[in-house]
Design a protein around this ligand. Structure first.
Ligand SMILES: [Ca+2]
Ligand SMILES: [Ca+2]
Ligand SMILES: [Ca+2]
Length: 336
């Protein structure tokens, strides 16, 4: 399905220009929507995704928040956007405004839905435009049924809408691969696209995640891997969906690097081979390790090429976006 939200971006851009020029006229008809995510993101401008980017104020984070609230202004009409904990929003840094990105209830998810981890592929290289969620609690999902907070659900953006998704599917059944306890709920997520760490090139899919608390899962040889919610686990999938199979590996041993127990609660990662070995993350609260000194909502980095250190905040979320809420889930579109 080659869809994109380019129509909405085109409309937004046209509206912003109209506002800037103080032109009051009939709104333009939406663009034809062809060209997939790349065309859609071309509307935003910038140099496109670069694997050498690091997170910063010029990037476009997609977030879900811990508590309901309001962000402003909307890129569409300049108004406030009220959101719930199951919604996601994109901060459009070029214009310092917000776009509704996922409307949970509008997409048929039940009241009380809370996104706790998300990965978004509605970006410049992703014509299919899929989004992926982990929910904070067990709940019902349209087309799927009951899912657990250690499962990953995919959905597809509905062309012609701003923030509606449908075609929900169970991507990853956590209990098939050892995630069963409350502490083994997933609170951070990233899914590799084409470029993935070399040792895992032959996996059907490779994903990264973090658990809420202590975990115990099987490695490639059937041995146990144990750790806590400060780690980033990798999963090499041989099959996905209702019959999920594969093995786990430790992508980042947070406790070995000095991260407080269970501190990592959100994950973002650049695309591209050069990005392997570094990632961005959110913490539950105050985080002061290595060259990092910040708190909840701030975006930090860990990089191996920099001597295995934490740095940040690279994005002071509240300061840059004006949001008063604290994100519990993040995906970043990296731009120069
Ligand atoms: Ca949330
Ligand atoms: Ca989270
Ligand atoms: Ca965690």
């Amino acid at each position: 399905m080659r869809t994109s939200r380019v129509a909405q971006f085109g409309l937004c851009l046209a509206m912003l220009i109209a506002l800037l020029l103080v032109v009051v006229s009939t709104m333009p008809v939406a663009a034809d929507g062809s060209g997939g995510g790349r065309a859609r993101w071309a509307a935003i401008g910038g140099g496109g995704v670069s694997p050498n980017d690091i997170a910063g104020p010029d990037d476009h984070p997609v977030v879900s928040f811990r508590t309901p609230g309001t962000v402003s202004p909307s890129c569409i009409d300049g108004a406030d956007i009220q959101y719930g904990v199951g919604d996601a929003l994109l901060f459009w840094s070029n214009f310092n405004c917000w776009l509704p990105w996922i409307d949970a209830e509008g997409s048929g998810l039940p009241a009380g839905t809370d996104i706790n981890a998300l990965h978004d592929e509605c970006g410049p290289d992703e014509p299919r435009c899929d989004s992926y969620f982990v929910f904070a609690r067990a709940q019902w999902v349209p087309d799927v049924g009951r899912v657990q907070p250690h499962d990953i659900v995919s959905a597809q953006w509905v062309e012609g809408t701003q923030d509606i998704v449908d075609n929900f599917q169970l991507l990853f059944d956590g209990s098939d691969v050892g995630l069963t306890t409350p502490s083994e709920r997933i609170d951070a997520l990233f899914l590799f696209d084409e470029d993935r760490p070399a040792p895992y090139a032959d996996c059907t899919e490779v994903g990264l995640g973090s658990t809420v608390g202590n975990y115990r899962v099987r490695d490639q040889w059937g041995g146990w891997l144990t750790g806590g919610g400060e780690d980033v686990l990798g999963f090499c999938a041989s099959s996905l969906g209702p019959d999920t199979a594969g093995y786990w590996f430790v992508y980042h041993d947070g406790s070995a690097e000095g991260m407080p127990r269970h501190a990592l609660i959100g994950l973002a990662h650049e695309e591209g081979n050069k990005a392997v070995g570094r990632f961005n993350f959110l913490t539950r609260g105050t985080f002061q390790v290595d060259q990092a000194d910040g708190g909840a909502g701030d975006v930090f980095e860990f990089s191996t090429y920099n001597g295995d250190i934490y740095r940040g905040p690279l994005l002071r979320f509240a300061e840059v976006t004006g949001a008063t809420g604290v994100p519990d889930s993040i995906h970043i579109y990296y731009f120069d």
